[in-house]
Write a protein that binds this ligand. Sequence first.
Ligand SMILES: [Zn+2]
Ligand SMILES: [Zn+2]
Length: 279
Amino acid sequence: MPYDASAQALRPLLQTFWSSQGWKQPPQFPSTAEYEGAIEAGVMFRDTAIVDHDEWVSRARAAASRIDIAEIGDAFLASLESRRLDLRSALGSYAVARHLPSHEFTPDARGRACRVCGLFEDQEEDLNVLNFERFKWGGVRRDDVAYLAFDLEQFENAPRVPLTEAGKNAGRHMVTTLRSAAADDTATKVAPRLKSFAGNKAEREVTVDILGVCGVLRAAKQSSCKDDFVPYDSRPSPDHHFVERAYPVCWWRGSDGVDTAALTEFLPAISEGVRAGPR
Ligand SMILES: [Zn+2]
Ligand SMILES: [Zn+2]
């Protein structure tokens, strides 16, 4: 059954974790009645999920295999018009999860995280935080397989909004802006220029993260997540004091432009109407 994505239904979830000052620490859960209402609406959860590595991996893979790529791309474009960040999130999670290999927990050099996917052997996940980040920004943990599984399973219950000409136009203008970036512009620099859709700075930055994992913004010197799963221990960070954006878009520069093949694969609804060619 679809969850309720109305502002009213989401208010308790958003207010648990966020105020005008930023993160609430500790979180401030709503009254029992409101909490029950949000659980009923399908946007909050009673318990944290304790699921082991292998199960998160198989859930992420299963969800990705059930979902139709065309639906994911249209939902992303529709989100530009509707500002439904939960619908925007799925594209990034799908792009990563569809290549996630079936594997058992394989400890990295330090013995805690899996060297393939980065998960711990038993990982407790607060589903309320994951869902908060999903609705607030479109998700921020594309390197967390539990988020991928959760996001894609939720996408199957997400009430859809139709993709209109306005959504497609917002997408086309976004691509045109990205293509017109100066050669040395970074993702952080171009994100605030994406004004063809309503949103704040953080939402635009997550949008470029998503375009990075699906290879639309592809850094020339990095392997593309579009074609293969990049193992957790093979994702280098740029030599900066502080890496601002997610892997791999942290490597992207304006000179890399927009990848036409990725655009055709993930966002076919707009791949025709945008200027082709390298920048
Ligand atoms: Zn793993
Ligand atoms: Zn430096």
